[in-house]
Design a protein around this ligand. Structure first.
Ligand code: 5GP
Length: 185
């Protein structure tokens, strides 16, 4: 067993409830550090720069990628998303647990570059429930929802690539299971 804390990656289809699980977990355990991603997506109502994401322009994203400043990055539903590398490495070196909440393509890149990362797949209780959640958010135009559903189908098929699967039947249960996997409780 390595003494080094592992990087935990939470992934799964869009709309499965990853951010709700993470928000709940951090309310109970604010000491768990969550990486803040850079994205070219426009902020949704209530989202704050530096808290939910670093909202960047296409040019800024190009530079982050070209300078090797991202641990991983992916294009998702027409926008780019990436994990700033320096902040993650700093925490891991200090021995603090680190959590990434990213899409499947990003999870695969982390697997390639950090063999000991712990990859956790958040699965919906059913496909119908996932469709309901993706359609119900009401903040995106229909073509964006269609793209997200198409991406979700592909993402669901990737479950066997992951070290663990957690089924999102209850936010509280999944948050507790995730903390246990991270050795926080
Ligand atoms: P949303 O636009 O709903 O906030 O996020 C869309 C998708 O992008 C989600 O599946 C989310 O997990 C993923 N995502 C967020 N940040 C990153 C990141 O830094 N890298 C990758 N690869 N995916 C991300």
């Amino acid at each position: 067993m390595s003494e080094r804390p592992r990087l935990t990656v939470l992934s799964g289809p869009s709309g499965v409830g990853k951010s709700t699980v993470v928000a709940h977990m951090r309310k109970e355990h604010p000491e768990v550090w969550l990486s803040v991603s850079a994205t070219t997506r426009k902020p949704r109502p209530g989202e704050q720069h530096g808290v939910h994401y670093f909202f960047v322009t296409d040019d800024e994203m190009d530079k982050l990628i070209a300078n090797g400043e991202l641990l991983e990055w992916a294009e998702f539903a027409g926008n780019r998303y990436g994990t700033p590398r320096a902040a993650v490495m700093e925490r891991l070196e200090k021995g603090e647990p680190v959590l990434l909440e990213i899409d499947l393509q990003g999870a695969r890149q982390v697997r390639e570059s950090m063999a000991d990362a712990h990859l956790v797949f958040l699965a919906p209780p059913s496909w119908e429930e996932l469709v309901r959640r993706l359609t119900g958010r009401g903040t995106e135009p229909p073509e964006v929802i269609e793209r997200r559903l198409a991406a979700a189908k592909i993402e669901l098929a990737a479950e066997p690539e992951f070290d663990e699967t957690l089924v999102n039947t209850s936010v509280e249960d999944v948050a507790r299971e995730l903390l246990a996997l991270m050795d926080v409780v």
